[in-house]
Design a protein around this ligand. Structure first.
Ligand SMILES: C[S@@+](CC[C@H](N)C(=O)[O-])C[C@H]1O[C@@H](n2cnc3c(N)ncnc32)[C@H](O)[C@@H]1O
Length: 230
């Protein structure tokens, strides 16, 4: 495994136990709601075989299983993946688990009708090259979707500040990209972009957050990018 990825593995192993607590906070719930609706609406694979990259604790793995996909889930962190495995065992689903750095297994993956990845490409080095190889793993009509925290947004500023305060945090490892960066990546096929998280991390309540979200003003904090194989 590459050196940077060993660091990512160690950091996510360390935060795995507490990772899901974010989704229990008022802000976390509101952010999850808007990101989930956008990503789940945009993800339209051309068949049943789906790969999830950076499954983490299984926040989206459970949904992919409920949708009936034949799922392979990859994550570099054994501790994060163990949480996902426990979640899927509890709901009674079948997943092919693969603990690995995605960049190291690109030639062994096979073909998929859809590839799905949420908040993981911030931690993958050389994302453009990895995405281009993942695109090659798509069946005709298949789609490759990633959701990422938007660079140059109130959320990237918030995470950068958190990283400054705590250099050992997950945020210090993240590299954040703007819509312009993503548009420049040579991945393949037809690119579609979606934006959400139009409320800032300083919002006082979930109700205020969702009201701001409806207005869609200002810089979005989250981008969903989808490449469709043509
Ligand atoms: C912020 S978490 C997101 C987890 C989950 N997708 C979610 O939305 O809750 C990022 C995950 O990506 C994984 N990850 C980061 N770099 C990776 C890589 N190069 N290969 C595979 N997994 C990776 C981390 O271990 C971590 O579990």
């Amino acid at each position: 495994m590459r050196e940077g990825c060993e660091m990512t593995e160690a950091i996510f192993d360390r935060v795995a136990a507490a990772y899901d607590s974010w989704y229990g906070t008022e802000l976390g719930k509101a952010a999850d709601q808007v990101e989930r609706v956008l990503a789940q609406t945009m993800f339209q694979p051309s068949g049943a075989r789906v790969l999830e990259v950076g499954c983490g604790t299984g926040q989206y793995t459970a949904w992919l299983i409920q949708e009936g996909y034949a799922l392979t889930a990859v994550d570099v962190s054994g501790e994060m993946m163990a949480k996902a495995q426990a979640r899927i065992t509890a709901v009674g689903g079948q997943v092919q688990w693969w603990q690995a750095d995605i960049a190291e297994i690109l030639d062994q993956l096979g073909k998929f009708h859809g590839i799905f990845s949420m908040t993981a490409f911030e931690f993958v080095s050389q994302p453009e090259q990895v995405l281009a190889k993942l695109y090659d793993c798509l069946e005709p009509g298949g789609c490759l979707l990633i959701g990422v925290i938007a660079g140059d947004s109130p959320w990237s500023e918030y995470y950068q500040e958190a990283a400054k305060q705590k250099p050992t945090s997950v945020f210090a490892q993240a590299k954040l990209y703007t819509e312009k960066d993503i548009r420049h990546w040579q991945v393949g096929g037809r690119l579609e972009l979606g934006q959400c998280l139009f409320f800032p991390p300083t919002v006082a309540t979930a109700a205020e957050a969702l009201a701001l979200e409806e207005r869609r003003e200002g810089r979005p904090g989250f981008i969903v990018a989808k490449w469709v194989k043509v």
